[in-house]
Design a protein around this ligand. Structure first.
Ligand code: ADP
Length: 484
């Protein structure tokens, strides 16, 4: 099979969140048996520069009234796996991926329209044939449509499209005027197609025109067809539910395993679990916290957004800090929520640290140091941190939603099965009770190490998830042969 994977970010080249992790790992793992090309914008990151990709094509594209040059650079990662970067200095040679401190770049629609058109145009110009084109999120959601419209339709006639929604909260909604830039037939700007209450909604294109629609966990696939989780698209998603399913993301254990993590103070594994404590002691001392080796440390590593449930912290933490517990938050994002977290850290300097940064190495150190990982997301398509937490013996306490519900099994003290703790709803007293229960079990060394061991033994490797993707790709292709 020949697969084209399109994404606006991919590790190690550019990352702002889980999409980057997935787009880095899945193509690589699929390439163990299939031919895979990853295409992404050529941002100005060190990692893309270091990739030393070579120019394979240069052409110009009309977007709206303007003409823009596309420079396609390619590098081979392995015999079956190549990466193509779509370069255009005007659109992509910036410090951010989607925006800067002032917010999202105002021309994001044009930037990613250019990326999508340039990627498909390159494929057409070079006569490359793909069985599957796999797009992700709104930045590549026009692809399933563009490849069915002239002048690309003939070239992609034998290609099937798969589209993954990583987060329904981000739909790529732009003023109606943006539609003109697409040069798509005017009938497509209608409520049945891309119009959404007078605006242009990019995600609708991926939902309507893809041959198969995916989300990143089975639970999230069920949730998004419901009104309270559908972000206004539940009706549309319900209409296409027959082609919608969920595959839980894998994690890249070559990056996230305390056994050979180069960023942590003390490496450890299931067999040397007590050594984990040295990471906590090191973090306490690095951050000037007075905690001891037996003091529980709860961590949170998160984008700061309403989605991640950070709004609960100002009510929860003052109550929680009545217990003997330390809390370290690593995250960046929304300004006013950031201020609330900073205020809290200021109020509880003996108990809490707020590390307002995006720092991969620090994320590893926190995972290694923590006893508990808190993830109170209001919704969570998959979530990766809780899965990393499992492998690091950092026991997740999560809201039972989406991928959090799918990946964490409630610990049962009678059977000793389970990997973490879950709560439902928004009631602070309920959340507090669940954390207090975890802290009570933390005092019992044998029970606690059992919970940690249960989590560390779990296998969420990409190899498993990739097998589900391959089955799905093969099914689409075989269905088509029957239809011919
Ligand atoms: P989302 O994609 O919604 O942000 P996920 O849990 O799926 O959430 O993925 C988040 C990824 O981003 C994880 O790899 C996590 O470690 C990383 N991450 C989030 N915030 C930070 C941060 N401030 N510093 C370093 N890594 C972060």
């Amino acid at each position: 099979m020949n697969i084209l994977y399109l994404s606006s970010e991919a590790v190690p080249f550019a990352k702002t969140g889980g999409l980057g992790d997935v787009s880095g790992a899945l193509p690589r793992v699929l390439a163990a048996s299939e031919k895979v090309t990853l295409m992404m914008p050529g941002y100005r990151t060190d990692e893309i520069q270091r990739a030393r990709a070579e120019v394979v094509d240069v052409f110009s594209l009309r977007i709206g009234a303007g003409t823009h040059d596309a420079v396609i650079k390619k590098t081979d990662i392995s015999a079956n796996h190549s990466v193509c970067f779509v370069h255009n200095d005007h659109f992509f040679a910036r410090d951010g991926i989607y925006g800067d401190d002032a917010g999202d770049y105002p021309d994001n629609f044009t930037r990613f329209l250019f990326f999508q058109k340039a990627a498909l145009e390159y494929v057409r110009r070079k006569g490359l044939r793909f069985d599957i084109v796999h797009g992700n999120d709104w930045q590549t959601a026009l692809v399933p449509l563009l490849m069915r419209i002239d002048p690309l339709a003939a070239h992609f006639a034998g290609t099937r499209s798969v589209f993954t929604i990583h987060n329904l909260g981000y739909q790529g909604i732009f003023p109606a005027a943006a539609f003109a830039e697409t040069a798509l037939p005017p009938y497509l700007f209608s409520p049945e197609h891309l119009e959404f209450f007078g605006d242009l909604n990019c995600l609708k294109s991926g939902i309507i025109f893809s041959d198969r629609l995916l989300t990143v966990s089975p639970a999230y696939a069920r949730e998004i067809v419901s009104r309270d989780q559908g972000f206004g698209l539940d009706g549309l998603l319900a209409k296409y539910a027959h082609k919608l399913s969920g595959i839980l993301n894998g994690v890249d254990y070559s990056q996230w395993d305390p056994q050979d993590d180069p960023f942590i103070v003390q490496r450890y594994s299931l067999r040397s679990l007590p050594e984990k404590t040295r990471n906590k002691e090191a973090l306490f001392s690095e951050l000037g916290l007075a905690g001891q080796s037996r003091s529980p440390l709860m961590i949170m590593i998160s984008r700061i957004s309403q989605q991640k449930g950070v709004e609960a912290l100002p009510r929860l933490l003052p109550l929680l800090f009545q217990e003997d517990i330390y809390f370290v938050f690593l995250g960046k994002g929304d300004r006013s929520l950031t201020k609330e977290i900073a205020d809290l850290a200021g109020r509880f300097p003996r108990r809490m640290r707020f590390l307002n940064a995006f720092d991969e190495k620090l994320a590893h150190r926190l995972q290694a140091a923590g006893d508990l990982l808190f993830m109170p997301s209001t919704y969570e398509p998959c979530g990766l941190n809780q899965i990393y937490g499992l492998r690091y013996g950092t026991v997740p306490i999560v809201r039972a939603t989406g991928g959090l519900d799918d990946s964490i099994r409630e610990f049962d003290p009678t059977t000793l099965h389970g990997t973490g703790f879950k709560f439902r709803g928004n009631d602070i007293t309920v959340i507090l009770a669940v954390i207090r229960n975890a802290l009570r079990l933390f005092l019992d060394r044998s029970i606690w190490s059992r919970i940690q061991e249960n989590g560390m033994a779990m296998d969420f490797s990409w190899e498993r998830a990739a097998a589900s993707y391959l089955t799905l790709y093969k099914n689409i292709l075989s269905e088509d042969t029957q239809h011919v």
